[in-house]
Design a protein around this ligand. Sequence first.
Ligand SMILES: C[S@@+](CC[C@H](N)C(=O)[O-])C[C@H]1O[C@@H](n2cnc3c(N)ncnc32)[C@H](O)[C@@H]1O
Length: 307
Amino acid sequence: MGFSREASSKEVLTVSREKISRAHTDLRRLSAFYREVYGDMASVREVLRILGRSGGEPGSVKASELYTRSLDCQNHGGYPMLERIASVAAVCGVPGAGMRVLDVGCGVGGPGRFLADRYHCRVIGVDLVPERVEAAKALTRLTGLAAQVRYRQADAAALPFPDRAFHQVWMLDAGVHVRDKRTLFGELGRVLKPAGLLVLHDQLGLPPAMRPVVRRAPYFAPTLAQLLRHLEWAGFRLLAWQDTTAQTVAYMRQRGDRRAQRQSKSATAVDERYQPAIQLRDAYLEALTVQGSRTGVLVAGRMGTSP
Ligand SMILES: C[S@@+](CC[C@H](N)C(=O)[O-])C[C@H]1O[C@@H](n2cnc3c(N)ncnc32)[C@H](O)[C@@H]1O
């Protein structure tokens, strides 16, 4: 009808209150979810124990000692997938020495430290969950990369950076948690320089097998067609796409088998600590092998010419 009216200040206030309370709930659920699934697996103490080291002075551990063992890579597919994603991205452009890369949903920081170590770029990692940001900082001090890799607590959908601040933005298996995809991709596009690259790995589709997981944490997975529409809307051009489902499935099965071996050696009853991770893996395997969910790596360029 072409009829429109200004929203009243009361309506605006109600909408923003709703948004704030939803954001608090998402943060609380995410924080509990990742604590249950990973426990203190990537704490400095646990990492030193696994490496058989004592001490933990700054710079006493190489970043590669962590990421090549997938100790700090909490993306689907761990370190082998990180290498695959990097090789797909490299065809479109590597982040040169001194370039600025933003790692969104950085977790405990494995992918960001990998990028800094491999390409000598500068990395800023952001994550919504404060304790994950603190873990990322602690591991980065341990690896002596603190001058090159920094962190901030921030929401991917409201990035605290100026326009055109980064040469590349990486977001590995974190986009699935962000409710408002238009706002998300708008933000990722805003902070990228013209012709900068977005490197994304994510899950597509949330079939019924994922319901137990979706009840515990915010999950919003578009189809590939929807994802491409969001990207186009935000001013991105698709440069590369690879389906990685088979590799994700193989990695999850391998991790599950190792966990089962540890379990059978150590205990008679199933260790309660492993339950959330086992449930999560089973849901993913059913969703990815039987019910049509996929994972994939996507590289997109921000429209514009002068980097
Ligand atoms: C599966 S983990 C991946 C972590 C890391 N990218 C990696 O590959 O090791 C997903 C991460 O996204 C973070 N996350 C979820 N929603 C977010 C948001 N709205 N803004 C920033 N980070 C978010 C979670 O706290 C979690 O650390």
